[in-house]
Write a protein that binds this ligand. Structure first.
Ligand code: NAD
Length: 331
């Protein structure tokens, strides 16, 4: 199939090209995001392949349909960047990669916890500056700490399993109880109780209208004072302004985020030579007890191999008219 691959970095091209040796699709790689202005590049193609910061709104979808695009293949699990009602009306099929490596994201969440707790980000800079003082670097044992997991799906379960290995007590909140988590000894409770009991709260649920700003001024009053908050899921789960206030009062003791509400204007690009206009993000960066990574939790070799494999297989199944399990439909 002729596929216009948008928003590609060197690593996307590398993994897709290698995997495509067995699929033989005609892939053309474009660096820019897919927008109304760049959609013209997809002229003559049957499919577009996109990523989470390509905003496929109604207008763009109508344009793609008019160009003869039949398939949108997103190289992500999440699909909140695609207007599914509009794709349905336009007769365009959407496929995604529902799972590629829950370990990658869970392990990154643990990385943020260890960094924040033992202040590795600060220690690294100190030692490079020949400052060997330990003042301000005091941490706590993870063994015996209570960890609250919000969303115990694939990633939440992996995370639970790792934290069990540290000897943590595990609490969870989810709309469904995962038998695998129950086996690990996870105790399910209400969301506000989880906030009140946990030394570390880690978010692993999807962004939906129900979970938007799950962490807000009201829920934050229930958080154990000085607790650590980790978000590797989606930026919109957190009301960032409320979190900044809670960091200032000490209600939140540590914040580790891999995702940010307005990340589409920042993440995945080298902006080191520009003046960042997002004051909220810059303020967050200024706190010593905040660690931010730029949506890299998924970024392992294993995950990229799986993303390439599933994406190209999705395209093949669509092309051959086979039933594809990874089609996304508006609910
Ligand atoms: P999953 O579908 O396996 O699990 C999600 C869990 O959230 C399910 O158990 C579901 O019941 C639960 N849930 C849904 N609505 C809820 C609610 N209102 N309250 C509490 N729990 C609720 O998904 P997953 O593969 O574990 O991924 C979880 C999230 O991680 C994704 O939605 C995505 O946003 C994020 N993610 C981030 C990265 C990254 O690189 N940072 C990569 C992949 C996924």
């Amino acid at each position: 199939m002729k596929v216009a691959v948008f928003n590609t970095k060197s690593y996307d091209q590398q993994f897709l090209e290698t995997t495509n040796q067995k699929y033989h699709h005609e892939l053309r790689f474009f660096t820019p995001n897919l927008t109304l202005d760049t959609a013209i590049l997809a002229d003559g193609f049957s499919a577009v392949c996109v990523f989470i910061n390509d905003n496929l709104n109604r207008e763009l979808i109508a344009k793609l349909a008019s160009q003869g695009i039949k398939l949108i293949a997103t190289r992500s699990a999440g699909f909140n960047h695609i207007d599914l009602a509009a794709t349905k009306e336009a007769g365009i099929t959407v496929v995604r990669v529902p799972a590629y490596s829950p370990y990658a994201v869970a392990e990154h969440a643990v990385g943020l916890i260890l960094t924040l707790n033992r202040k590795i980000h600060r220690a690294y800079n100190r030692v490079r500056d020949d400052n060997f003082s330990l003042e301000g670097l005091l941490g706590f044992d993870l063994h015996g700490a209570t960890v609250g997991i919000v969303g115990t799906g694939k990633i939440g379960q992996c995370f639970a399993s790792i934290m069990k290995g540290f000897g943590c007590h595990l609490l969870a909140y989810d709309v469904y109880q995962n038998p695998g988590c129950l086996e690990l000894g996870v105790k399910y409770c209400e969301f506000l109780e989880l906030l009140a009991q946990s030394d570390i709260v880690s978010l692993h649920c999807p962004l939906t209208p129900e979970t938007h700003h799950l962490i807000n001024p009201t829920s934050l009053t229930h958080l154990k004072r000085g607790a650590m908050l980790i978000n590797t899921s989606r930026g919109g789960l957190i009301d960032t302004a409320a979190v900044i206030s809670a960091i200032k009062t000490g209600q939140i003791g540590y914040l580790g985020i891999d995702v940010y509400e307005r990340e589409e204007n920042l993440f995945f690009e080298d902006l080191s030579d520009t003046v960042i206009q997002d004051d909220v993000f810059q303020l967050l960066q200024s706190f010593p007890n905040v660690v931010i990574t730029a949506h890299q939790a998924f970024f392992t070799r294993n995950a990229l191999e799986n993303i390439a494999e599933t994406t190209l297989n999705n395209i093949t199944e669509f092309e051959q008219g086979k039933q594809c399990l990874n089609i996304v439909t508006a609910s």
